[in-house]
Design a protein around this ligand. Structure first.
Ligand SMILES: C[S@@+](CC[C@H](N)C(=O)[O-])C[C@H]1O[C@@H](n2cnc3c(N)ncnc32)[C@H](O)[C@@H]1O
Length: 285
C-alpha cells in the first residue's frame, strides 16, 4: 500500500473491496450494542436482538481476517451493558436527546430486567467459532470510569480488549520497555472528545496494541475509525494506516486531528488528497 487512507462508508461494504493479506494489525472499537434509540434498526449497534448485532460484527471481522496477513492480529475493544426497561435508566444517558429514545422502554430481547448482557464474551466465542484464534482477554481498567447510581452491584470500571490471531503462529512484538503491556490488566484513563458521541481511544491503549501487533512501515487498520486515534498513533509510530468510518463529519474530524498532530510534530501525516469517499475507492496496494 502506497499511502494512508481514510475511507468513508459502511465498514463491511468497504472491507469487501479491499485486497487480501496486506494488513498487519487491526485495532478497533465498534459501536457498543445500544437499543435505546428508535428508528435506527438498520444501523450497527441498534439491532433489536443482540444475536443480530453479534452476527453483524462476525461478518465485519471475517472480512478483516481476509485482509490480514497470515501473521496478522486483531485487537478488539468492547464493553458490556445491562438490560433494563426502567425509564430512569433509559433516560440516564445524558447525551441522548429524550425525543430520540425508544418509548415506551422495552427490555432487550432475551433478557430480564437488570441482567448483565455479557456481549464481550458472547462476541468473542462467536469469533472463535468463526475461525479466529482467541489468544487473550485483557481487562482495560478505567480509573475515570463513568459514574453509575447503583447500590446493589459494583460500579463498572472496565472494558475488554481481546487479542485474536488469524493463524496459530502470528507476529507478536513484546514491548520490552513497557512491562505493564505484558500483563492482562491495563489501567489507562478514558478519553472523551466533545466532538464525537462515542468514547475515543486513549492513545496509550492503541500504542500498546500497535507496538505488539505491527512493525514500522506496516499497515494497521481501524474499520470503525471515529476521530482517527489509530491514524494518529500509527503516524507517531511510523506505521501506515487504513481507517473506515461511516460518518463523514468524523472523517473530517479525523483528518483534522491527524493533520494538526503531523504539523505539530513534523511527522508525515495523512495525505489528505488520498483520503477517499466511498465508493470512489482508489487504494493503491
Ligand atoms: C466507538 S466509535 C470509535 C471511536 C474511535 N476509536 C476513536 O478513537 O475516535 C465507533 C465508530 O464507528 C462508526 N460506525 C458505526 N457504524 C459503522 C459502520 N457500519 N461502518 C463504519 N463505521 C461505523 C461510528 O460513527 C463511530 O465513529
Amino acid at each position: 500500500m502506497q499511502s494512508n487512507a481514510i475511507l468513508c462508508g459502511d465498514s463491511l461494504t468497504v472491507l469487501r473491496t479491499l485486497p487480501d493479506d496486506f494488513i498487519s494489525c487491526c485495532i478497533t472499537s465498534p459501536p457498543y450494542w445500544d437499543t435505546r434509540f428508535s428508528g435506527f434498526t438498520d444501523r450497527l449497534g441498534y439491532e433489536e436482538d443482540y444475536r443480530e448485532y453479534i452476527e453483524h460484527l462476525v461478518q465485519v471481522f471475517r472480512e478483516v481476517r481476509r485482509t490480514l496477513t497470515p501473521s496478522g492480529t486483531l485487537w478488539l475493544v468492547i464493553g458490556d451493558t445491562y438490560a433494563s426497561d426502567d425509564e430512569l435508566w433509559w433516560a440516564m444517558c445524558k447525551e441522548v436527546p429524550e425525543k430520540e429514545l425508544k418509548y415506551p422502554p422495552a427490555l432487550q430481547q432475551g433478557f430480564k430486567n437488570k441482567d448483565l448482557i455479557g456481549i464481550p464474551w458472547r462476541l468473542a466465542m462467536e469469533l472463535q467459532n468463526d475461525g479466529w484464534y482467541l489468544r487473550s482477554d485483557i481487562i482495560w481498567s478505567i480509573p475515570n470510569h463513568r459514574p453509575e447510581p447503583v447500590r446493589d452491584r459494583p460500579v463498572r470500571s472496565h472494558d475488554y480488549v481481546f487479542l485474536f490471531a488469524k493463524s496459530e503462529q502470528y507476529a507478536y512484538h513484546g514491548c520490552i520497555e513497557d512491562s505493564a503491556s505484558r500483563k492482562t490488566v491495563w489501567e489507562i484513563p478514558m478519553v472523551t472528545n466533545p466532538s464525537i458521541n462515542y468514547a475515543v481511544f486513549p492513545e496509550p491503549l492503541v500504542a500498546r496494541c500497535m507496538c505488539a501487533g505491527s512493525a514500522k512501515n506496516e499497515v494497521v487498520l481501524d474499520p470503525f475509525f471515529g476521530s482517527g486515534t489509530v491514524g494518529i498513533v500509527a503516524t507517531r509510530l511510523m506505521r501506515r494506516y487504513v481507517g473506515i468510518e461511516l460518518n463523514p463529519d468524523y472523517v473530517t474530524l479525523a483528518e483534522k486531528r491527524i493533520r494538526e498532530m503531523a504539523q505539530k510534530e513534523g511527522k508525515c501525516g495523512c495525505d489528505i488528497s488520498k483520503s477517499m469517499l466511498y465508493p470512489c475507492l482508489n487504494v493503491k496496494i
